[in-house]
Design a protein around this ligand. Structure first.
Ligand code: SF4
Length: 374
């Protein structure tokens, strides 16, 4: 089947967006000119990956106040960047944004899509979103929202993602005719507010030309993507305290938790397993208290976290990869959501643990230089 002209099909989106757009701090007022601050678009695009607009707004404002230019961000330390990102999750984005800022501060902004694609953190979608919104280049940014809108408008059966190249080529004339920045944002806005997974077709500016609506197929186009049930792991997360200092795992250089400080942890032993690798008597002087458990949900896994405080009468030499940390510095250290949640619990009184705590496993492992589980 031949698709209709993109410029004609999508034409109503331009006036609709001009009249309905949400005012967001990274959006330029003039959608017909190059964006006055491409760096603001870059920051917003990285923050908005996997995170909703309402959550991003205060982070974006604080970030731009603190680092208003790409050069300012390039000069920041890794620890400052991780601390400012704390709570947004997916910290890899912060590291890539920082690396991207260093690249741009040194070499300037690339002039085309291929150059943008070479900046750390910019995949096909983000590079095209930046090209269109910051530089008015007719590059098609296809994220989940855009795929859904286009699949419905064109009546595409099956998963539209393998047709990305075809869709990009098809969109280009519309981007050129209606304005790259305007149309890119209009598609994003329509997907976020009207053509959502449960579409509100009554308020849609392109309802009169939508194939899925005509075919009464909005429920099956695009098909839902099967989601694997995330695996759950369960463990103790321990704030170990001795001589008025806290024992923490230092940030790893790479991996999901790079740049983040962590509390020691150990998996909950299997039922019936010997919980303590060393006799519990070794740690008889330890004071234990626990707080209510919680479930931490990530994209591909869940963690059942049992938070614990262990106060020791005497410290021991921090094993490799760990450091004893003064309480005054504790609040300044960047931590992921799970570990910062335990840090926030510290001023609150705990209670006696309901589950048996494998102190031998946890502290014995630390004394022998064991590393915490993820
Ligand atoms: S008519 Fe409905 S399904 Fe079609 S594009 Fe508009 S909101 Fe989406």
């Amino acid at each position: 089947m031949t698709w209709p002209s993109s410029a004609t099909l999508l034409a109503p989106l331009a006036p609709w967006f001009d009249g309905n757009r949400r005012e967001l701090p990274w959006r330029a007022a003039d959608l017909d000119a190059a964006h006055p601050d491409p760096y603001a678009v870059l920051v917003s695009e990285l923050m908005l990956q996997q995170t909703q607009v309402a959550t991003v707004l205060p982070y974006f404002t604080r970030w731009m106040d603190r680092w208003p230019t790409v050069e300012a961000l390039a000069a920041a330390s890794d620890e400052e960047v991780h601390k400012a990102w704390e709570g947004l999750g997916y910290y890899r984005r912060a590291r890539l944004l920082h690396a991207g800022a260093k690249r741009i501060a040194g070499e300037g902004w690339p002039s085309d899509l291929a150059g943008l694609r070479g900046i750390p953190g910019l995949g096909d979608y983000t590079a095209a979103a930046l090209a269109a919104q910051a530089f008015q280049q007719p590059e098609a940014a296809l994220d989940g929202n855009a795929f859904r809108v286009l699949a419905r408008l064109l009546g595409l059966e099956g998963d539209p993602r393998p047709r990305a190249r075809e869709l990009r080529d098809w969109l280009r004339p519309a981007l050129a005719a209606l304005g790259p920045s305007r149309l890119t944002q209009a598609l994003m806005e329509l997907g976020a507010t009207v053509c959502a997974p449960l579409p509100r077709c009554g308020g849609c500016p392109v309802a009169d030309r939508c194939a899925a609506l005509r075919l009464e197929a909005t429920g099956r186009i695009p098909p839902a993507r099967p989601r694997a049930q995330p695996a759950t792991s369960e463990f103790w997360l321990a704030a170990v305290e001795a001589e008025d200092r806290w024992l923490l795992a230092e940030p790893a250089g790479q991996g999901l938790l790079a740049g983040l400080w962590r509390w020691p942890s150990t998996p909950l032993p299997e039922t019936g397993a010997d919980a303590a690798a060393e006799p519990i008597g070794t740690y008889a002087a330890a004071e234990l208290s626990a707080w209510p458990s919680w479930t931490q949900v990530y994209t591909h896994r869940r963690e059942r976290v049992h938070p614990l405080r262990i106060r020791l009468q005497e410290g021991f030499d921090a094993p490799a990869g760990f450091a004893w940390t003064d309480p005054g510095r504790l609040g300044e250290l960047p931590m992921g959501r799970r570990d910062s949640r335990l840090r926030e619990l510290l001023p609150q009184p705990g209670a006696a643990p309901l589950l048996p705590v494998p102190l031998g496993l946890l502290l014995g492992g630390l004394r022998r230089g064991g590393s915490p589980s993820p």
